[in-house]
Write a protein that binds this ligand. Structure first.
Ligand SMILES: Cc1ncc(COP(=O)(O)O)c(C=O)c1O
Ligand SMILES: [Zn+2]
Length: 398
């Protein structure tokens, strides 16, 4: 498959056989490819995300790093008088949907002959990159905020990665990783476009599981937007190849504690708003100041640790994608996240608090007037075993 990297700021093109992850102008890179979907072949293949082989940007099969991930169940759940289909992405090998991106990105690193990668993450992406680095025998340095749940930090170390806990904010962690990326390949789930060409398999699976049809609506998390943008790329490719005839509407979920994109959406701004500690009493926009201390204060207040991204690097693209598919942004409160967690547990789904923010978004979207016959698809994005301490505190305070 032909693939080409290009800069989203200046348009400069790069050969995808170069170990490049950012334009010389500093701009973010996107990847363009020409996917193919040979449906009969796909139908006969193993139930993993690699069944869409002709749509995944790795030249030779020998470089594929796979733990037989993906093709997660699409399971119906009744919420009120409505029915929603949830992808059980908490059942991935490392316990989160990030394996979709990590499998493709680390396969690309293997193809490029990279011997060491650097990544920064609020936890789950670090776990996923570390697992696939282990599978490929690639050295791995993971930077994560020191306040990340101990299960995630332990998991990263267990795969053999060097873990660098960073004091301060998520942004401080990213800065530390960027420095380290001077002499290694930056396997960033946010900057590196190959990650998004793994998360796009979410769209392919949903579409195939619905009999090669698109759902009406997707309710997805909007932290750094790796699932949101991946789904957008995936459905766009399906549309381009004529497998579906419309784009699903995307409802992007943020938390009231940290909502730079929802605030921008309300202001009709094309750039994310900056976030400050001074939250207004209701769910009003949060502006100004991006000092690290400020962000740490906000993050401490939210139950959804993986979603509290004050400055989403691809925020502009997220706003654009949601606009193009006639979607919207919504924000959920801490109480709504707790209720959604209890609801999920009560149905037998053990998910982590960050994942519950998306479920809370589904509940909010349904109660805000989804049509009775609307086909809504969402995801359980991370496993409950990732954050026992927080779940325990929830149980004790209930
Ligand atoms: C379990 C879980 N759900 C949702 C998200 C949000 O995903 P994104 O930041 O890609 O929007 C994350 C991010 O780490 C996560 O770990
Ligand atoms: Zn550029």
């Amino acid at each position: 498959m032909t693939t080409q990297l290009f800069c989203t700021s200046c348009g400069e093109g790069y050969d995808s056989l170069e170990p490049v992850w950012r334009c010389s102008c500093g701009g973010l890179l996107d990847l363009e490819c020409e996917p193919d979907f040979p449906l009969r072949k796909i139908g006969r293949r193993k139930p993993t995300m690699w069944r869409y082989r002709e749509a995944l940007p790795i030249d030779s099969d020998v470089h594929i790093l796979s733990l037989d991930e993906g093709f997660t169940p699409l399971t119906p759940l009744a919420i009120g008088d409505k029915r929603v289909l949830f992808k059980l992405d908490h059942l991935f090998p490392t316990g989160s949907f990030k394996d979709r991106g990590a499998s493709v990105l680390m396969s690309k690193a293997h193809e490029l002959g990279v011997n060491k990668v650097v990544e920064d993450s609020s936890g789950n992406a670090g776990c996923a990159i570390a697992a696939y680095a282990a599978a490929g025998g690639i050295g791995c340095e993971i930077f994560a905020p020191e306040k990340t749940s101990s299960a995630k930090l332990t998991q990263i170390r267990a795969y053999g990665a060097n873990l660098h806990p960073v004091a301060g904010s998520r942004e401080d962690t990213a800065k530390a990783a960027l420095l380290a990326a001077n002499d290694a390949y930056y396997a960033s789930h946010v900057c590196n476009p190959f990650f998004l060409h793994g998360t796009k398999t979410f769209a392919f699976e949903v579409c195939e599981q619905l009999g090669w049809e698109a759902p009406d609506t997707l309710v997805l998390p909007a932290g750094n937007g790796t699932l949101l943008l991946g789904a957008y790329i995936g459905f766009s490719e399906l549309l381009k190849c004529g497998l579906i005839d419309y784009m699903p509407k995307m409802v992007a979920v943020q938390t009231e504690s940290c909502r730079p994109l929802h605030a921008a959406w309300e202001e009709k701004s094309s750039e994310p708003c900056a976030v400050t500690r001074k939250l207004r009493p209701t769910s009003q926009a949060i502006y100004e100041s991006d000092e690290s201390e400020t962000f740490a204060a906000i993050k401490k207040d939210t139950f959804a640790e993986g979603m509290a991204i004050a400055k989403p690097m691809r925020g502009r693209q997220m706003l654009e994608a949601v606009k193009k598919c006639r979607g919207k942004f919504i924000s959920v409160s801490e109480d709504e996240i707790r209720s959604a967690l209890s609801l999920s547990f009560g149905r037998g789904f053990y998910i982590e608090p960050t994942a519950a923010a998306t479920v809370a978004g589904v509940c909010k979207y349904l109660s805000d007037g989804a049509k009775p016959d609307e086909m809504v698809v969402s995801a359980f994005t991370g496993h409950g075993l990732k954050d026992t301490e927080k779940i325990l505190s929830l149980l004790e305070n209930r």
